[in-house]
Design a protein around this ligand. Structure first.
Ligand SMILES: NC(=O)c1ccc[n+]([C@@H]2O[C@H](COP(=O)([O-])OP(=O)(O)OC[C@H]3O[C@@H](n4cnc5c(N)ncnc54)[C@H](OP(=O)(O)O)[C@@H]3O)[C@@H](O)[C@H]2O)c1
Length: 280
């Protein structure tokens, strides 16, 4: 039986990783690959172990599945440009699936293809794809959030699961909140650390002591959260329910830096709520 075909537009770290795994497992037959340069398309096909480098969207043959692996900022433009080239009707009885891999955007960015009757989806793998070679080895077990057309998600659920992903569905309306969660989980940590270090400097803590403070406090906090969970690891004025101390500190932080003061107040509200959350 012929494998379903996969076309790829934008084949960098994520595109090459997924295509290599699908090709190696005999799940999709990688067909046409377009990137920005002939050389990178060639290199992508060599890494994948299949596929034909193609220089233009117009030259891409019809395929069962399309992976749009361009950077987020290019997705809307690439979807519109691809739709413009789809002047030839799809073979009878076939509806192509097209998906992208952005965490922050939903399938709706692919609307120009929906208008042509294609099934659109997004598949966000929660892994840092530093290089395709590393990611291929690291991929098994990676959680993967599927969103979009239910039938497309069903197919992707199967093909991602077969290369080791742990798939789950996210409603389209929840995609932004889902992505914001990752911002809370990782992106804000360096921001909080930078604010703390600036405040230490502003209050005369010797520069030479700051690397040690950074290391010991971060290591302790991570170890405590891993061992005790977020609620069990909570310390500080909120953990003691000391709302007076919180109010006094919020005032001086705001006087020092207004945005840091607003963050201090908002995070203290969340910390008090966390302390009060009943445990089972
Ligand atoms: N990297 C991660 O850790 C990660 C994790 C989860 C999700 N994602 C998502 O995965 C998607 C791809 O990210 P990535 O890290 O794989 O990006 P990447 O490594 O920068 O690769 C982007 C690819 O798109 C190509 N490209 C750029 N503009 C194009 C255009 N206008 N037309 C055709 N091809 C174009 C590039 O071509 P050239 O090779 O010629 O430059 C390259 O092949 C993004 O939506 C991203 O948010 C990334």
């Amino acid at each position: 039986v012929a494998l379903p075909t996969l076309n790829i537009i934008g084949c960098g770290r994520v595109g090459q990783t997924l295509a290599h795994l699908w090709q190696a497992h005999g799940i999709y037959a990688v067909q046409d690959v377009v990137t920005r340069s002939a050389a990178s398309a060639q290199a992508a096909c060599a890494f994948i172990g299949g596929g034909t480098p193609v220089s233009q969207y117009q030259a891409m043959r019809p395929a069962d599945v399309w992976l749009l692996g361009v950077p987020d900022m290019q997705l809307a433009h690439a979807a519109a440009a691809l739709a413009m080239t789809q002047t030839v009707a799809q073979p009878e009885g076939t509806v192509p699936v097209i998906f992208h891999c952005s965490g922050a955007l939903g399938a709706d960015v692919l609307t120009p293809l929906t208008a042509l009757g294609w099934q659109t989806a997004s598949a966000h793998c929660i892994l840092s794809f530093a290089s395709a070679a590393l990611a291929v080895a690291q991929f098994p077990g990676t959680p993967c959030a599927l969103e979009g057309n239910p039938s497309a998600c069903k197919q992707l659920h199967s093909t991602f699961t077969r290369i080791g992903a742990q798939c789950f569905n996210v409603a389209s309306a929840d995609k932004l909140l889902y992505h914001a969660a990752a911002v809370f989980a990782t992106n804000f940590l360096p921001v909080l650390q930078a604010v703390a270090e600036d405040a230490w400097r502003a209050t005369g803590v010797p520069e030479t002591l700051i690397p040690g403070l950074r290391s010991s406090l971060l290591h302790n906090a991570v170890a405590n959260v891993l061992q005790l969970g977020p609620q069990g690891a909570l310390t500080g004025p909120a953990a003691r329910g000391d709302t007076g101390a919180i109010a006094r500190q919020a005032q001086v932080v705001s006087a020092w830096d207004q945005a840091a003061g607003a963050a201090y107040t908002a995070l203290s509200t969340l910390a008090l709520r966390l302390k009060q959350t009943p445990t089972d």
